[in-house]
Design a protein around this ligand. Structure first.
Ligand code: SF4
Length: 258
């Protein structure tokens, strides 16, 4: 067996252990409760833990600009965009949101991760990927030597669809220009779509995730790859090996000279 293959196996097992614990699940669905129990263990030191949640009743209707940017560092252009669009009422989703979810991370990040829309926890906190799947995303980033301070994380939609339903085409059409403005400011070298819905919404296709994962894409002129949404990885253990392949692509990309 070549050294390369042994290195691959070793790094996969290390990544798997960080993300999913000591038990190796082969061709069987993982119990979400088991994953949750593993998440209760202390997070790795380099991981950025979201701030503790205040009770919902104490939440501000719209997060203070300093809350939203506390992990960003300051960036005048991004902040100005945030101020310009934070009270958007272009679509009906504005009526039910607790918070507008702009995005978070490094305004000069090489890698931009994009999910489909805020969920319940994101809506409450005004930050992307802070719920169960967000914790897993933190661990996946940690496994390739990154944290939230190194990347930028945003969603196609800035407001939560009721009941976490999929974004509607009209909503995407109205909200996507905001994402494109963020991309123009951040200028990432690589965009990673998290999940089928985010990828289909941006690529304007109904192709299945497996096909989109295997193909090369660009979005807004930037290399664009597709991988699983962390919540999908919690539901199906069989996809973890493919997610690892995708994260290896990210690693390889990071190692390329600019
Ligand atoms: S989802 Fe986007 S377009 Fe709709 S109200 Fe929120 S920010 Fe505006």
């Amino acid at each position: 067996m070549s050294v390369d293959i042994l290195n691959d196996i070793e790094s996969f097992l290390t990544w798997y252990r960080i993300n999913f614990g000591d038990t190796l699940h082969l061709n069987t669905d993982i119990d979400p409760e088991t994953i949750m129990a593993q998440w209760e263990q202390p997070a790795p030191a380099a991981q950025t833990a979201p701030a503790p949640q205040a009770p919902v009743s104490q939440k501000k209707k719209t997060p203070d600009v300093n809350d939203t940017f506390r992990v960003h560092g300051n960036h005048a252009e991004l902040k100005a965009l945030y101020e310009r669009i934070r009270d958007c009422t272009q679509c009906a989703l504005s009526g039910n949101r607790k918070n507008f979810v702009f995005g978070m991370g490094n305004p000069r990040a090489d890698i931009l991760f994009i999910g489909e829309a805020p969920g319940k926890d994101e809506d409450i906190q005004g930050l992307p990927f802070v719920g169960r799947s967000g914790k897993l995303l933190d661990k996946m980033l940690f496994a390739i030597g990154l944290s939230r301070q190194d990347v930028y994380i945003a969603n196609v939609l800035k407001c939560r669809p009721p009941g976490n339903r999929d974004p509607l085409p009209d909503e995407v059409a109205l909200c996507e220009p905001y994402l494109k403005q963020q991309i123009d400011i951040i200028q990432p070298r690589l965009i990673v779509a998290l999940g089928r819905i985010a990828a289909q919404s941006l690529l304007k296709t109904d192709a299945p995730l497996g096909k989109m994962r295997r193909e090369k894409h660009t979005y807004n002129g930037i290399p664009f790859i597709v991988t699983y949404h962390p919540s999908a990885l919690l539901r199906s253990s069989g996809w973890k090996q493919y997610a690892w392949q995708d994260f290896k692509k990210i690693l390889n990309f990071m190692e390329k000279p600019v």
